[in-house]
Design a binder for this molecule. Structure first.
Ligand code: C2E
Ligand code: MG
Ligand code: MG
Ligand code: MG
Length: 295
């Protein structure tokens, strides 16, 4: 098996290929071995409920430690995994690992919080997706209300099929969030039909808030639309107190970003959970000049 892979790599490389393409082919080959070689792990980033000041969920984010290259960004390898079909076994591994971890935190006695797991487009087209999610919930014994799946809007999705799929997923008792909201091109009309719980405002919109009036207008509009549709709103990529202040005033429900915490290891979540919580409350208390988290 191993011996067959090396000449195949050489065969793939043609001098006319740009370095980028050749590199991508090599990366794809390595990706195929990465799962069995245990080169992936997950990190988790807290999402804070602004009203209560508590960490209500954590988003699982995959990391690939390549033996030669070191850290490879998911922005780079997830699309390759999608195109090569590897996203199916990788996606299953991610979901199972995150659910297992959520159960471990529960058993460790941490306060209850959800785990949010990204689904990529290829997984949405996976025939047995619903069965797979259900089987993982059964295997890991995680209660479904503690799992949130993040899906992205996409041009390629058929609204009827997607609505059907989301209804089947919701029937398992899990939560569904639309990730990177506003960056896709699909029609807004799906929002009223989709059985979703939450919208995540993409980082590109909050990046220039509160400086850029156009971005401010967009963010405010997304929040107000979400309220009308009775959806929760998460803003991601919050790094500055000024951004937090704008979103908090605007009625955003949840915040995720470096301001509160970078994505961290499961061990760090376990060991620093109460410190993290204190850190969040200090920031929110300063912001509001009150430590009453029920208002
Ligand atoms: P995403 O799902 O929108 O995840 C949020 C990204 O924003 C993460 O990048 C996170 O580390 C980053 N982020 C969060 N707060 C801040 C902040 O305050 N400042 C900055 N500069 N960045 C912040 P990451 O982990 O590199 O992931 C990038 C994208 O790769 C994800 O975007 C998602 O689309 C994809 N991805 C990551 N993990 C998974 C996974 O397990 N499965 C799938 N299907 N896709 C994943
Ligand atoms: Mg996400
Ligand atoms: Mg996002
Ligand atoms: Mg994103």
């Amino acid at each position: 098996q191993e011996a067959r892979q090396i000449p195949q790599r050489l065969l793939f490389y043609k001098p006319y290929m740009s370095k980028g393409i050749a590199d991508r082919i090599l990366l794809e080959q390595d990706l195929h071995k990465a799962l069995e070689n245990h080169e992936f792990h997950l990190v988790y980033q807290p999402q804070v409920n602004l009203k209560t000041g508590s960490i209500e969920s954590v988003e699982a984010l995959v990391r690939w430690h390549h033996p030669m290259r070191g850290f490879v960004s998911p922005e780079l390898f997830i699309p390759i995994a999608e195109e090569s079909g590897l996203i199916i076994p990788l996606g299953e591994w991610i979901l199972e690992t995150a659910c297992k971890q959520a159960k471990i935190w529960e058993q460790e006695g941490l306060p209850p919080f959800k785990v949010a797991v990204n689904l990529s487009l290829g997984q949405l087209f996976q025939q047995d997706l619903v069965e797979m999610v259900e089987a993982i919930l059964v295997r890991t014994k995680l209660q479904p209300e503690f799992l949130q799946l993040e899906i992205t809007e996409s041009m390629t999705m058929n609204i009827d099929q997607m609505t059907q799929l989301l209804h089947e997923l919701k029937a398992l008792g899990i939560q569904i969030a639309v990730d990177d909201f506003g960056t896709g091109y699909s029609s807004l009309s799906y929002l009223k039909d989709f059985p979703i719980d939450c919208l995540k405002i993409d980082r590109t919109f909050v990046r220039n808030v509160p400086l850029n009036p156009n971005d401010e207008a967009l963010v405010s509009m997304i929040i107000s639309m979400a309220k009308h549709l009775r959806l929760k709103v998460v803003a991601e990529g919050i790094e500055e107190v000024e951004q937090l202040a704008f979103l908090s005033d605007g009625g955003c429900d949840y915040i995720q970003g470096y301001l509160f915490s970078k994505p961290i290891s499961p061990k760090e979540i376990s060991e620093t959970f109460s410190d993290l919580h204190d850190h969040v409350r200090v920031i929110l208390t300063r912001l509001r000049h009150t430590d009453d988290f029920t208002i």
